[in-house]
Design a protein. Structure first.
Length: 136
């Protein structure tokens, strides 16, 4: 049981450290899908249901998302925004939160009825296209 806890802890740490990117505060989304897929896969290998592993992965992302939002809010404050920019920022944050919530809700429901094979095939195809474009 201790080995399982260590393995999940290492994956959690990789999500948090992977979300920072290579010193670039604007790169969290690039690392998150790869690591969350790994977290779900390892959870399933440990006997956790797909839906529970996905829920755990999304919960792990909350501190990183809140920290990124806090950091961006502090940077926004230094720009001395007017009321119109603050309103635009608030509407954007609210819409983003709503779309994120609905996407996660749909994805968790999808996982109760379907396997993750389609996502693996999608990632492999995307990797092949990316490598082919880089080779040009």
């Amino acid at each position: 049981m201790r080995q399982n806890a260590v393995l999940v802890g290492v994956l959690a740490a990789s999500i948090v450290s992977g979300c920072g990117g290579a010193g670039n505060s604007s790169s969290p989304p690039a690392a998150a899908p790869i690591v969350s897929g790994a977290t779900i896969a390892v959870g399933m290998l440990l006997g956790v249901r797909r839906e529970a592993a996905a829920r755990f992965t999304f919960l792990l992302a909350i501190p990183a998302i809140l920290a990124a939002a806090g950091k961006e809010s502090i940077e926004l404050r230094h720009m001395h925004p007017d009321a119109q920019l603050l309103t635009l920022f608030a509407v954007g944050a609210a819409v983003s939160a709503l779309v994120g919530y609905l996407t996660i809700k749909y994805f968790l429901r999808y996982l109760t009825r379907h396997r993750l094979d389609v996502f693996a095939y999608y990632r492999l195809a995307l990797a092949a296209v990316t490598l082919a474009r880089l080779a040009l």
